[in-house]
Design a protein around this ligand. Structure first.
Ligand SMILES: NC(=O)c1ccc[n+]([C@@H]2O[C@H](COP(=O)([O-])OP(=O)(O)OC[C@H]3O[C@@H](n4cnc5c(N)ncnc54)[C@H](O)[C@@H]3O)[C@@H](O)[C@H]2O)c1
Length: 365
């Protein structure tokens, strides 16, 4: 179930509490394993046990408690959920009951031994068996690390912009170091979505509860906020006054292959452009078709990229949808007031865009 963030970064546990209470109401005395896959604050395993027992008492459920709790955090990516379920990098199981952990292993056996994988020659999926608190922490630490990695390359991109280096070359050069790795080193308008912001905020909050200031994570959040405003700063540098200008956004979702707009960088960019008096148009392969318009009042959502380009003073590529590689850019340039393209994901080919008649601007390159 969902574990959204409260305004102060703390995790809202009301759904977890409701589910745990109803388990307490209906559970009988046959042995049960209660598996938590939601991202929950460290220590929730014991708390869930307590709420289930409270729920039993409140519902006058007189069965003998006979259950164990296992933490089994979920690492799948939106847009690749089925693939990731059957091909995980690892399975994390946290618990203190051998019986419960053995049941979990047998439940996952087909995934562990790659029976469901297209490539049966792969090594078995590693299983990390640990205590509940460490399993819960693994989930937060994984998301926090990825968020820090993206903010790191974005910071490098901002320095590249100033010294005249190309962040794509830098990312390739450092990513080939096996200790660093190539993934999550694409500079751009920053991270978003339902997990990173919420999980990093929750971990910062937990650290604070224990008197610790999580400085690196706070900095990652700050760099990410700035990265979203960078788009507007770059538009100001080239267009000077944004009031009365029309800006077209290519992509709205927080990443491609999803309709998810939660904490999407596009929303911050839209808010700032409106604040500065610009008109905003947008085209997104899913949002344009879906009729979803949350947070998009005052945005003209167009049905294709050419209608988007029509009359714009600049385009900003916000989401790296694959189909944006093959748009008819030479024609789009002729439809614009000013053929300016700010590539917020360093996703397009600078030379091809320049040949198409665009003034191309990247992030850190
Ligand atoms: N979405 C992802 O890609 C992803 C990946 C990894 C981890 N997670 C974690 O998984 C959790 C859930 O995420 P989600 O995206 O599936 O959220 P969601 O909000 O889409 O789904 C929550 C589900 O819980 C159900 N639910 C809520 N209260 C309930 C109750 N009292 N009884 C029964 N069911 C109830 C809702 O009906 C809904 O189906 C979060 O903690 C998230 O951090 C999500």
């Amino acid at each position: 179930m969902g574990t959204p963030a409260l305004p102060d970064g703390q995790t809202d546990l009301r759904y977890l509490e409701a589910v745990s209470r109803s388990i307490g109401k209906y559970i009988d005395s046959s042995y049960r394993v209660i598996v938590n896959k939601s991202t929950v604050p460290i220590g929730s395993g014991d708390w869930v046990r307590m709420i289930i027992l409270d729920g039993m008492k409140a519902a006058a459920n007189h069965h003998q408690p006979n259950f164990d709790i296992v933490s089994n955090p979920e690492f799948l990516r939106e847009g690749a959920a089925v693939y990731d379920t059957f091909n995980p990098d690892r399975i994390v199981l946290g618990g203190d009951s051998e019986t419960a952990l053995a049941k979990m292993r047998s439940l996952y056996q087909g995934i562990i031994d790659r029976s469901y994988s297209g490539d049966k020659t792969l090594d078995p999926v590693p299983v990390v068996v640990t205590d509940i608190n460490s399993a819960e922490m693994i989930k937060y630490a994984a998301n926090a690390f990825l968020a820090v990695k993206i903010s790191f390359i974005n910071e490098i991109a901002n320095i590249c912009d100033r010294v005249g280096a190309d962040v794509r070359e830098v990312a390739r050069g450092i990513g080939l170091d096996s200790r660093i790795g190539q993934k999550f080193l694409q500079a751009g308008v920053g991270w978003g979505g339902s997990c990173f912001g919420k999980d990093v905020a929750a971990l910062i909050h937990t650290a604070k509860d224990y008197g610790y200031d999580a400085q690196i994570m706070r900095a990652a959040v700050e760099v990410n906020q700035h990265q979203r405003t960078l788009v507007v700063e770059k538009l100001q540098q080239v267009l000077k006054i944004l009031k009365g200008k029309t800006i077209g956004l290519l992509g709205l979702t927080f990443k491609p292959n999803t309709d998810d707009m939660r904490d999407a960088p596009s929303l911050t960019i839209i808010e700032q452009l409106h604040r500065l008096g610009a008109r905003v148009k947008a085209y997104d392969p899913i949002v344009s078709q879906s009729g979803l318009r949350d947070g998009l009042s005052n945005v003209a959502v167009e049905t294709d990229a050419e209608r988007l380009a029509d009359g714009c003073d600049a385009l900003v590529l916000v989401t790296d949808w694959l189909q944006f590689r093959d748009l008819n850019y030479p024609h789009m340039a002729t439809l614009m007031h000013q053929p300016i393209l700010l590539d917020g994901r360093n996703f397009l080919d600078r030379q091809a865009l320049t040949d198409a008649g665009f003034h191309y601007i990247g992030i850190g390159c």
